[in-house]
Design a protein around this ligand. Structure first.
Ligand code: NAP
Ligand code: GDD
Length: 355
């Protein structure tokens, strides 16, 4: 798939600042790289070795290594390999470090809990410790998550809502959150946690529920697929647009004092509502029939377009996430620009175009 740039070139004159991004090949890493390049940064991205090429989200930003004035540089490294992180930080000496790398799929984390803990939890302290040992004065951003709230008793969730992780992924993110705060308090490092609620885009990984739905809608519309199989239709999420959320990451590293911030839209919707809006976009309004595992989403001609498959249920589910980003609004001047209906439309349109 070809990515439409959100912050297109030409890049402005260099601003003399250098940023390092772990997870640059992911959804957020690609938007953040674009944003930083559009602000004049020199951007370095950590890429892990894979048997197939994983750079499709940043291919439109690629500059060959022999281009002398290139602004985007990729280096091999891995959050599971402290020596690679040390070497990269020592040679790049960034001003800002964005730790976005992760095994970021919640359901998969139940299947590979130990690996998830290594990459998501210990990975964060590997970066922080390398920065401390090198005496780097770089500012550090940790990609914390609304999954930390998991089974929280209050909604909306704010920076003071107690954490209640409900998956190995969330438990690992809790370690990363607290070690980030600890390095700030213990060593005076500029280390900030962005507690980001779900954010989506046409670049979202294909196994996250929003993209799975919009891709299926496009395929069903084109006659390439009959039915979409989903898990819990009643889970509710506060879904925003990734392009807005990377702006918040950058703003968090431009403040006078490091702090932790919730980033959210303040609206919550169910998986079911997401399906309804996405199918309606291609003139296939859904009617729900049946209960539980037998529930079906029927198209206007009675065809079964959505079914429930228990394989997509999680051993422990997060039923409701709803964020209150008042602190970010007041202190960072951050506001989401894209609301739920516009996000669904953007994603369906992109998947229709990609077919
Ligand atoms: P994503 O699309 O899954 O991207 C994850 C990135 O991490 C990819 O570049 C991946 O590389 C890289 N990665 C995986 N394992 C690694 C390892 N061992 N060493 C180095 N890099 C590794 O995730 P995203 O949606 O962009 O999210 C970015 C970050 O924000 C993640 O930490 C995620 O947990 C967190 N977060 C996301 C959301 C959200 O709604 N999107 C909300 C809150 C927090 P490959 O391309 O090689 O796989
Ligand atoms: N993936 C998926 N696939 N989820 C499904 C499906 C399905 O077929 N059917 C229902 N769901 C439900 C899940 O059970 C969950 O309640 C909800 O849809 C959202 O699932 P995901 O899109 O996989 O995202 P997530 O909320 O678990 O995690 C994402 O957001 C977190 C922030 O809250 C990831 O990006 C995490 O990395 C991130 O931290």
């Amino acid at each position: 798939m070809k990515c439409e740039p959100l912050f297109p070139p030409p890049w402005p004159q260099p601003n003399g600042r250098r940023a390092l991004i772990t997870g640059i090949t992911g959804q957020d890493g690609s938007y953040l790289a674009e944003l930083l390049l559009s602000k004049g940064y020199e951007v370095w991205g950590v890429v892990r070795r894979s048997s197939s090429i994983t750079t499709w989200r940043i291919d439109h930003l690629y500059e060959p290594p022999w281009q002398e004035d290139r602004r985007l540089n990729l280096v091999y490294g891995d959050l599971n390999d402290a020596s690679s992180l040390n070497r990269i930080l020592k040679t790049v000496r960034p001003d800002e470090v964005y730790n976005l790398g992760a095994q970021s799929h919640v359901k998969v984390s139940f299947e590979i809990p130990e690996y998830t803990a290594e990459v998501v939890g210990v990975g964060a302290v590997r970066v922080l410790e390398a920065m401390r040992e090198l005496g780097l004065e770089a500012r550090f951003y940790q990609a914390s998550s609304s999954e930390l709230y998991g089974g929280a008793r209050e909604a909306p969730q704010t920076e003071t809502t107690p954490f209640y992780p409900r998956s190995p992924y969330a438990a690992a993110k809790a370690y990363a959150f607290f070690i980030t705060r600890n390095y700030r308090e213990a060593y005076g490092m500029f280390a900030a946690n962005g507690i980001l609620f779900n954010h989506e885009s046409p670049r979202r990984g294909e196994t996250f529920v929003t993209r799975k739905i919009t891709q299926a809608v496009a395929r069903i519309h084109a006659g390439h697929q009959d039915t979409l199989f989903l898990g819990n239709l009643d889970a509710k999420r506060d879904w925003g647009f990734a392009g807005d959320y990377v702006q918040a990451m950058w703003l968090m590293l431009q403040t006078d004092e490091p702090d932790d911030f919730v980033i959210a839209t303040g609206e919550t919707h169910s998986v079911r509502e997401f399906c309804e809006l996405a199918f309606a976009r291609v003139k296939l309004p859904l009617t729900w029939r049946g209960q539980g595992l037998d529930e079906q989403g029927l198209g206007p001609d009675g065809r079964c377009l959505v079914r429930v498959d228990p394989r997509y249920f999680r051993p422990s589910e997060v039923e409701l996430l709803l964020g209150d980003a008042s602190k970010a609004r007041t202190r960072l001047g951050w506001e989401p620009t894209t609301r739920f209906a516009a996000l669904v439309e953007m994603m369906v349109e992109a998947d229709l175009k990609a077919l």
